[in-house]
Structures are given as C-alpha cells and as structure tokens.
Write a protein that binds this ligand. Structure first.
Ligand code: ZN
Length: 317
C-alpha cells in the first residue's frame, strides 16, 4: 500500500492573550511568526502560525488566542505536550534562557537513549518540551535572534494521553502509515517517517483525569500528506474506518480534513503545500494580516476589533 502520510504537519493550540503568545513563541523561543490570519471558522479570533523560516511541515505550531479565555486542563483524550528539537550542545544555553525569562522547568531527564528532555509551559500552561539530541539533521534556523547553533529545528515529538492505546495505535498504523518504533513503560512511540519532527508518543494513562478544552490546551494535531490526491485517498481510508471525516476544506496554505480519533483527540490531515508564501513574499511572512477571500469584505471591522499586537524581539535578545 502507498504511504500517504509522511509525518506531523502542525499542532494547533488555544491561548488567552495574543500579545503574550507572540512574546513567548517569537520572543523567548525564537520561532518565526510565518502567518498572521484569522480563524477560518470564526474570523473574530486571530490564527497565528509559528514555525521555522519557511513554516515547513513538522515545525508549525499554531494558536487561536481567545482574549481572557479560562484555562483548560491536561488529561487523557488530549495532546498534552509538544516537544521541540534542539542540539545536545545547547542544553546550558536554553536552561539559562528559561531562567532569564522566569520560566519554570523540570530538570533534564533522559527519555529514550540520546534524548535529554526538559519540560516547561507557556503562560497559559501549554505543555512544551525541548529535546536535546544529535540525530536531527535539519538545518539550523538563521532567521531570528537566537544564535543559529542553538535554535529550534522544528518539532521533535508530541505526546498524547489515552485511556488505552490500542484503538489509537490501530488508526495510526492501519490508516495513517505509522509504525511502532519504540516503547518504554506506558509510552509507545509511533512515526510515519522515523526522524525527529515526526514522533507521536501515546501514553497509556487510564488513571489520569480527562482533559478539558480551554486556553493552554491543544485543539488538534495535523498529519502531513503530499497533495490533494493522497489526501482524498486518506479520506477514503478514514471513511472505511467509520471515523466520519469532514469534506476537504480549503485552508489557503493547505487543504484539510478533520476527524476525531477513538480516544477523543481531533486529528487533521493537511497537504504539505502550497505553503505560506502563497499570499506574501518569504521575506515578509507574518507581517501583514492576511485574510482568505471570504473575509476580505470584513477587513476594516476585523482590523479594528482584533487586539493590537506588536512583534518586538528587542527585549528577548
Ligand atoms: Zn490545523
């Protein structure tokens, strides 16, 4: 059978303050804001996309910042931690940096061989990790204010908590082209492509509380598929598994289908292209508010009502 899924495309989470979100992800972590748009399903909220220089699949963390929204709760049936990949030699740089900006973190812990993991959270309590490793061959990031040798290369892995892991594992391996590549205790690691940026860890967590949506929680995870043709084939597989996928939706920068996996996490399958340079040049990604055609008529009102934000990295150098 053809491989239709290549790995992780993006993770989308919920935040409570647009400016705090920008300050943390662009300022502290040094990601690039590659797109400033609105929620295509409700344009009164921003949709920020952060990523590597170009916003390549496997590096994109996106947010819907609902001003003042109450915190959610991590738990089972939810993607609780999104991990970024950084070189092993950057450990001290990042621990110093987290300290400098008053961000609490857990001491480094070896998970699988060759990966030192540091857990921390953003202001809303979203679970994040830096995974220090030497197996990530993706190029250094030269766009931002973090020295290239220490910069985030993209995702390393994601962690999903489930009541039981079997049904989700079945979906990943049978319909979404993943393989079980490692396991330790209650952690089962899957990947469609066995490289950093694509690891999906399922944690069997029957005793944890159920996750609750709110700020500081993940809304969905998207897997990458090459194009519309492969996406249509994945959709047929999902239909056959009786998981009721949406029709193919146009998200401007990719097309998408959505469905809920058996444990409760919202999954998306997104095309790798056309990407973020479709409506603004690479050099100016993320600078202007970009609206899809259906909301252009509403631009004046949206520009007035969406919170004013600035991207200023000066104090984060
Ligand atoms: Zn998405």
């Amino acid at each position: 059978m053809d491989q239709l899924i290549t790995g992780i495309h993006h993770v989308t989470a919920i935040a409570s303050s647009a400016q705090d979100n920008i300050d943390f992800y662009v300022g502290v972590l040094g990601l690039r804001l590659v797109k400033k748009t609105v929620n295509f399903d409700g344009p009164d909220v921003y949709h920020f996309y952060y990523g590597d220089e170009a916003g390549n699949p496997g590096s994109i963390l996106t947010f819907f910042p609902y001003q003042g929204l109450t915190n959610g709760r991590q738990g089972k049936g939810m993607l609780n931690t999104t991990a970024f990949s950084v070189p092993s030699s950057s450990l001290n740089f990042w621990l110093d940096r987290l300290k400098k900006f008053g961000i609490n973190y857990k001491e480094p812990d070896e998970r699988f061989e060759g990966e030192a993991v540091v857990y921390f959270e953003d202001k809303d309590g979203l679970g994040l990790e830096l995974v220090f490793n030497d197996k990530d061959t993706r190029p250094c990031f030269t766009h931002g204010h973090i020295p290239a040798e220490h910069s985030i290369k993209g995702f390393y892995s994601v962690e999903i908590w489930e009541e039981g892991y079997e049904r989700t594992a079945g979906l990943l391996t049978e319909q979404l082209d993943h393989k079980l590549i490692a396991e330790k205790g209650n952690r089962f690691r899957f990947a469609a492509t066995n490289t950093p940026g694509n690891y999906v860890d399922i944690l069997c967590s029957p005793d944890s509380m159920k996750g609750l949506a709110g700020s500081g929680t993940v809304h969905h995870i998207a897997f990458a598929t090459p194009d519309k043709k492969s996406q249509a084939e994945v959709r047929i597989r999902i239909l056959k598994r009786m998981l009721n996928p949406t029709p193919i939706l146009d998200r401007n920068y990719f097309t998408s289908i959505y469905f809920r996996e058996p444990g409760g996490v919202l999954f998306e399958v997104a095309t790798s292209g056309p990407g973020f340079a479709i409506d603004e040049p690479y050099e100016h990604l993320g600078e202007a508010l970009k609206l899809p055609a259906q909301f252009e008529q509403d631009r004046e009102r949206l520009e007035k009502t969406l919170p004013r934000i600035t991207v200023n990295t000066e104090k984060y150098k």
